[in-house]
Design a protein around this ligand. Structure first.
Ligand code: TEU
Ligand code: CA
Length: 550
């Protein structure tokens, strides 16, 4: 399997990828049927979000049994076939390990609820009167992070939904149980792992009210996090596999440690700072236009420091929790194609491992649901009510969801222009935007100039040019807000990446001398070789290779 530094990773959300048996819900056999498509992109690994037995209150991030497949998605035989068939095509599977919490349906929690002290110690139970939660910490999905169990006269911690109880990592037995889960999947031939909100697993010694916030500062990158990760990796022998930790409200200092190979923790981290530049005062549910200066600064800091201190970034715009990037930072109407390609270029030429979320490669957009009944995500539904309670009108609340809901990325993959977008033969579990009439795999396959074919080319360029994989990075145009530019340097090669983040033409403050350059990729048909590049058109992207520098 390819080294993670030269790889591109494709994320599949099984429930919405492809439905093989016509029940309106995507499944494992659906992924198997579409493996040739995924292979055609040129990616090396497939990260699939969870399909284990679960009540699906958080679409599988509430795991009831880490070793069994939810019948809605298929069988163990299907999963084994998926791993084998991907392997035949040169791709490795990465499974999603949700180890910060289990579903309250998990047998461990069920035993805890019966008062079994051994299993109560698997979770975080605290004393407290029925009216006073142990602390004022807030759930990430809204409301208190504590739930009272009258029969035990205790509260349990849930940083996410009330049916997602946080595990007690201080308990060595919990750590052993979770290592066994990794060994189980490793033995099945899984080639890598994504660890869900893994930087939240180490809770503080003392549980106290957070007078400055929702509690996150006490448990994000908590006191024993690095120890726990080292132990998990060493004891399961996954140090040579590709691993990525999802880091919630993290910082650079910790991510440098998580991803520095000498620390023997993880291959790389997801952080979300660059995806909060449109949060007003840092609040997800308050709308603001993206602050591009801040976006550029964040990329610059993280890229430069990771390089200096031998860390490694996962680079991405989209996943199953994020709105679609073309709707968010591009222009999904007038410059749909141009802006989707420009945004792709911005991250795919960076130093790090790029991730593509299903449908991103087609330029899929936010879903634009107009009624709350169309939403499925627990977080969206909770916040809709919170927004109404805060005094917003229904229209205003829907406007916020339209831009921020996680369901924006969870609509079915658009395979063709037919009914249900070729995803299923029956009505899917969640609605499909009308734009599948022109945003779909079948049509984009036929168009050499499509977003799909542009992504293929970006992935291929990374394979072809060591400077994209390993080159040093230097940032350009820091003073020019509309332009996101950088250089990659390796040996005698210099790669120049220039992107116009706006829908207006811009004049470059420093024109680029294209003498002796080859244009590797760009989203406008234009001959740049031997010329000066002085202006960029709306959302224009240009990637130039300068050769044989002395
Ligand atoms: O997400 C963690 C997480 O905190 C977010 O991305 C979350 O969706 C957002 O902050 C809410 O505003 C991971 C999974 O990717 C997500 O799907 C799960 O719901 C969550 O963990 C709990 O397992
Ligand atoms: Ca199905």
């Amino acid at each position: 399997m390819a080294d993670f530094k030269s790889s591109t990773i494709y994320q599949v959300y099984p429930k919405s990828f492809y439905d093989s048996n016509g029940d309106g819900i995507g499944d494992i056999r659906g992924i198997i049927e579409k493996l040739d498509y995924i292979r055609s992109l040129g990616v090396d690994y497939i990260w699939s979000t969870p399909f284990f037995v679960s009540p699906l209150n958080d679409n599988g991030y509430d795991v009831e049994d880490y070793r069994k497949i939810h019948p809605l998605f298929g069988t163990m035989a299907d999963v084994e076939e998926l791993i084998a068939e991907a392997g035949k095509r040169g791709m490795g599977l990465m499974f999603d390990m949700v180890f910060n919490h289990t579903s309250t349906h998990h047998e461990w929690f069920q035993k805890a609820l019966l008062g079994d002290p051994e299993y109560m110690d698997y979770y975080i139970f605290k004393d407290g009167g029925a009216d006073t939660p142990p602390t004022n910490w807030q759930s990430k999905f809204g409301g208190s992070a504590w739930e009272y169990v009258p029969s035990l006269k205790k509260w349990y911690l849930h940083l996410f939904d009330v049916t997602q109880a946080d595990l007690n990592w201080e308990n060595p037995r919990v750590r052993e149980e979770l290592k066994d889960v990794i060994r189980f999947w490793k033995d099945k031939g899984v080639k890598g792992f994504r660890f869900d909100v893994v930087n939240l697993i180490s809770k503080p010694e003392v549980y106290e009210d957070d007078t400055q916030g929702d509690g996150k500062r006490f448990y994000s990158d908590g006191p024993h996090i690095h120890e726990y990760l080292k132990e998990l990796v060493a004891d399961t022998g996954i140090g040579d596999m590709v691993t990525v930790g999802e880091m919630s409200a993290t910082n650079l200092e910790n991510c440098l440690r998580y991803s520095n190979p000498d620390e023997k923790e993880l291959s790389m981290c997801f952080n979300f700072h660059h995806l909060k530049v449109d949060y007003k005062d840092g609040k997800k549910w308050e709308l603001m236009k993206p602050d591009y200066q801040e976006l550029k600064k964040l990329f610059e800091t993280w890229q430069t420091e990771m390089q200096k201190q031998n860390g490694w970034n996962a680079v991405f715009w989209c996943n199953h929790d994020q709105p679609r990037i073309v709707s968010r930072m591009g222009d999904e109407e007038k410059y749909w194609k141009e802006s989707a390609k420009m945004l792709a270029t911005c991250v795919h030429m960076l130093r790090g491992t790029p991730y593509i979320f299903q449908g991103e490669e087609l330029g899929m957009t936010n879903t634009g649901y107009s009624n709350i009944s169309e939403y499925r995500d627990v977080e969206s539904i909770n916040y809709y009510h919170i927004l109404l309670e805060e005094g917003k009108t229904q229209e205003e609340a829907l406007e916020v969801l339209g831009q921020r809901s996680r369901d924006n990325s969870r609509s079915p993959m658009q395979w063709d222009a037919g009914t249900y977008a070729g995803f299923s033969e029956s009505k899917p579990w969640i609605g499909i935007p009308d734009n599948h009439s022109y945003i779909n795999v079948t049509m984009e396959e036929q168009d050499p100039d499509s977003i799909l074919n542009y992504y293929r080319k970006l992935i291929q360029l990374r394979k072809q040019y060591a400077v994209i994989q390993e080159g040093a990075i230097e940032f350009l145009y820091q003073e020019q807000q509309e332009v996101f530019g950088y250089k990659r340097l390796l040996g005698g090669q210099e790669l120049l990446v220039v992107n116009n983040l706006t829908g207006q033409e811009v004049v470059l403050q420093t024109p680029v001398d294209c003498g002796g350059c080859e244009c590797l990729i760009g989203n406008y048909q234009k001959e740049v070789s031997g010329d000066w590049l002085e202006t960029l058109q709306s959302y224009e992207s240009v990637v130039l290779l300068k050769k044989n520098l002395q």
